[in-house]
Design a protein around this ligand. Sequence first.
Ligand code: 13P
Ligand code: SF4
Length: 347
Amino acid sequence: MGNSAQAIDLESERLLRALMHVDCDPRGRKWNFDSCREIAPMTLEINRLKKEKDAVILTHSYVEPEIIYGVGDFKGDSYYLSLMARDSRAKIIIFAGVVFMAETAKILSPDATVIVPDRNSGCSLADSITGEGVRRLKAVHPDATVVCYINSTAEVKAESDVCVTSGNVYDIVAGLPARRIIFVPDRLMAENLRVELRRLGVDKEVISSDGTCMVHEEFTTGQVLAARSQFPGLKVVAHPECPPDVAAAADFVGSTGAMMKYVKASSAPYFLMLTECGLVGRLEVESPEKRFIGGCRLCPYMKLNTLKGILSALEAPREDQIVTIDEDLRRRASLSIERMFRLAASN
Ligand code: 13P
Ligand code: SF4
């Protein structure tokens, strides 16, 4: 990494301007000039290689802030990043997120080389059901429309009629003509969906599989009650992967993108974010005047993304870092995602 001392100083200052606001750091790191200076040679080199190799880096809001603000080109939730992957013309897409997100990018941008920095970055939801599991559900309920949450494998997407994300699940399912819906793989999101459909007065039967998000299933109403009694005026913001009693106790439930919008627009004195800690880090950077009271949780898979891993993948990707999908499977999986884009655009 042949960067000059002056370039490193400038990069350290750039990093510090963003990262100095991050208080919620799972590793207990504090960002100051020295810690920014430690990573600056790496961010400079990654940003140089991106240009040289025609690469973009998509970063989910749950990954470490030095990735999002140091080298990321696009940051956001699953829906936004899928659109960015679909519309990307870059030769290489590095997905700093988890494997199902990188797979989705490959489904939508088949000509790009899609790279996942760590092959072990799974997801307890995506890993909970296979294509065969969906086929079994379809055999029992042949008249049902199959809806898959985007946190699912390419195989599951290929067996589904339509894909959804946390940002459009309620609207898309409510508007489907079928009364009977198979919803995979999130059991808790399915419960939240049933509650929302009842509230909207939409008559549907939702059959679900048994997956859960290992991060969001751990939040409890006890945590909400304790926080409310300690912080008057607190707003509780939850993801729809949370248990339904927790979602009911929250002031707002939505995708990570919608959670960010809600917090940015609110004048509440404190926020309890019932989601992964990376989102709190993002909010601290982008809304440094807001107060977050802790209580978020870590996704071990998202935290497998590191600057080092991204750099080595850009320099020379290992075979296991390159996402490949059988072309017939990819085409079938793309149909459910493209249907989501059409339905989301018309809602
Ligand atoms: P979002 O689409 O809301 O970013 O959610 C992705 C996810 O994995 C939440 O746990
Ligand atoms: Fe999967 Fe949960 Fe991690 Fe999101 S937070 S990637 S749903 S395990």
